[in-house]
Design a protein around this ligand. Structure first.
Ligand code: ZN
Ligand code: ZN
Length: 268
């Protein structure tokens, strides 16, 4: 029995003797099935050819990314906090070095996931870190492909985890969320955005889409909803889902002006 992993999107599936027939995450209009067709791998195979690279992005913020790039190529974050360490978002490879490093840092208190594209190998990460709870928004739970007792779907608009707040913004997915950590950046706050917002290449704005690869925008009402969801929170830094996509200063203002620019572009 194998927990197959989709090579295109990096989602790990529950144990089976045969390869899954299809990947619902890839077949959704937000993603795509590669021209070469759907293909599968497993944890042992990725472990032979890839590793997880850690980068200390700021005090208490470490990014984790598979190298060489695998599937979507996102980064996850190990965030040190007053209530323990959190893993924000996830990657497909769980390597022994990372698990040992997390254990040496005092272990994980929680895994929190922004949306289904980064569910990846969340259950295996939880298993490797003592079965810690995985918080994902209940509105997206239908997209989970591997199940386990660690999955803790949450409902509503916010989830408080000690001093951290998970904020449902919706848009990209019904349960698309961001994570606010007020203690980071010397108390000025940081926001981790997954695909709920994408930090643009100029690192001066964020943008918003239902699908980034298929270029499906969101409407004015939905984008206003995202900005209203984060307005009560102050944050200096914005950590996007991909390497280098970090805004270091004035994050709250960046979101406000990005929303205005976006709405002007789509609504005239
Ligand atoms: Zn897939
Ligand atoms: Zn996504």
């Amino acid at each position: 029995m194998t927990c197959f992993i989709c090579i295109a999107c990096g989602t790990q599936f529950s144990e089976s003797s045969e390869r899954p027939r299809a990947c619902p995450v890839c077949e959704d209009d937000r993603q795509f099935v590669p021209q070469s067709g759907q293909d599968w791998t497993d944890m042992a195979a990725i472990n032979r050819t890839h590793s997880v690279i850690w980068i200390e992005e700021a005090k208490g913020v470490h990014s984790l990314q598979i190298s060489p790039d695998f599937a979507i190529g996102q980064r996850a974050f190990l965030i040190e906090g007053p209530d323990g360490n959190m893993l924000w978002d996830c990657v497909s490879l769980v390597d022994e070095t990372s698990a040992a490093r997390i254990a040496a840092m005092g272990g994980l208190a929680a895994i929190v996931i922004s949306h289904p594209h980064f569910y990846s190998s969340m259950v295996e990460w939880s298993n490797a870190c003592g079965g810690v709870p995985i918080h994902l928004h209940a509105d997206d739970r239908e997209w989970a492909q591997r199940f386990g007792p660690a999955l803790h779907p949450w409902k509503g608009e916010t989830l408080q985890l000690g001093q951290a707040t998970v904020i449902r913004c919706a848009g990209h997915f019904a349960g698309s969320s961001v994570l606010h950590c007020p203690w980071l950046e010397d108390g000025r706050g940081a926001l981790f955005v997954g695909d709920t917002m994408q930090v643009t290449l100029d690192r001066q704005h964020v943008s918003f889409m239902r699908s980034y690869p298929n270029l499906i925008p969101l409407n004015t009402k939905t984008v206003r909803g995202i900005s209203e969801a984060v307005r009560p929170y102050r944050f200096e830094a914005i950590y996007g889902a991909f390497a280098g996509r970090t805004i270091k200063e004035a994050g709250s203002r960046v979101v406000e002006r990005s929303v205005e620019r976006y709405i002007k572009a789509i609504d005239g």
